[in-house]
Design a protein around this ligand. Structure first.
Ligand SMILES: Cc1ncc(COP(=O)(O)O)c(C=O)c1O
Length: 341
């Protein structure tokens, strides 16, 4: 199978598994796991922050960040398509009494400074206290413009807000734009970086920020049940990912571009559209083709994400140039057989 549903589907290779098997470990709830500490320091340095904290997942890392920045009765503002608002089961409201204020994003997933400024509520007992701006990079594969991001965060800061970045795929943005990750992270008080997406580790996210913030996040991680013991075995995979799998994101972006080009030729004559950002391609077929095309692709050994109106396809460590050729051929075959019908 060529699995293009997500970059979370990668399986650790031999070298990553060897690093995991050989990891020095200790009890990380006691702060005694050397591999976890090394990973946290390395990630904090990469993102230009004072401290880091290892989490089992990106969802838990984002939630701990929100719980650490906000109190009950506070509100966070975020793009209405951002993961933290849409795909994390409303955790901040469910567990933290923190209400979301979703804002319309632009065509590239961005939040405009004036949209942010207009969303901040006055200090009035009728309103929740607007406390935090949450942004995301990349957004559905699209690397965010740094000047635009800085302007949005500056608008939030003028109204006394803090800022958190869901940087699940921040390294994709950094590689695509050739901007060091710490520059992309600089406007924010905290940044969450996933190791289990394009970077290819089986699990793990590092939340980075100031020392006091990370202290609060450690307490919240414990509340959320995320304190792990000999976690160095998983952290070793994350260390391996940071050392070996960042620069190679270029390859994923290159293959995504090749796939998008191949599909654009097919789409043009078949009422479909294609869009691309870093390692993600979105293919919107004519409505009548959606289900049969997906079914056909599966029959050809190609799995795609099941979004509507567009399928999502994501390139990653386990996708080769051969997989791209196979995928383009499978799309072409579908339209050829449809014409014959
Ligand atoms: C942008 C973004 N943020 C956060 C997450 C959450 O990560 P996890 O699945 O590790 O909880 C995801 C997962 O796909 C994501 O795409």
């Amino acid at each position: 199978m060529t699995d293009l549903r997500s970059d979370t589907v990668t399986k650790p290779g031999v070298a990553m598994r060897a690093a995991m098997a050989q990891a020095a470990v200790g009890d990380d709830v006691y702060g005694e796991d050397p591999t976890v500490r090394e990973l946290e320091e390395r990630a904090a340095e990469l993102l230009g922050k004072k401290a880091g904290l290892f989490f089992p997942s990106g969802t838990q890392s984002n939630l701990a960040a929100l719980l650490s920045h906000c109190r009950r009765g506070d509100e966070y503002i975020a793009g209405d398509i951002y993961h933290v608002y849409r795909y994390e089961a409303g955790g901040a409201a469910v567990l933290g009494g923190i209400s979301p204020c979703p804002l319309a994003t632009g065509a590239r997933g961005e939040l405009a400074a004036q949209t942010v400024a207009a969303a901040v509520k006055d200090d009035d007992p009728h309103f929740p206290r607007t406390r935090l701006l949450c942004m995301e990079n990349t957004v559905s594969g699209t690397a965010q413009d740094l000047a635009e991001t800085k302007a949005a965060v500056a608008a939030a800061r003028r109204r006394g807000l803090l800022a958190h970045l869901d940087g699940a795929r921040l390294m994709n943005a950094s590689i695509a734009q050739n901007i060091p990750a710490k520059k992309l992270a600089a406007p924010f008080d905290s940044v969450s970086l996933c190791l289990s997406k394009g970077l290819g580790a089986p699990a793990g996210t590092v939340l980075c920020g100031g020392k006091e913030f990370i202290g609060k996040a450690r307490r919240n991680r414990k509340i959320l049940g995320g304190g792990m013991r000999q976690a160095g075995i998983i952290a070793a995979a994350g260390m391996y990912a940071l050392e070996n799998n960042i620069e190679r994101l270029h390859d994923d972006h290159q293959l995504a571009e090749e796939l998008a080009q191949g599909l654009a030729e097919i789409a043009g004559t078949n009422g479909a559209t294609v869009s691309l950002g870093t390692n993600m391609i979105f293919y919107a077929p004519a409505a009548a083709d959606h289900s049969p095309l997906r079914h056909h692709l599966k029959g050809c050994g190609v799995l795609v994400g099941d979004g509507r109106p567009a399928f999502r396809m994501v390139t990653h460590l386990d996708v080769s140039r051969k997989d791209i050729a196979k995928t383009v051929a499978a799309f072409a075959k579908y339209y050829k057989s449809r014409k014959r019908r």
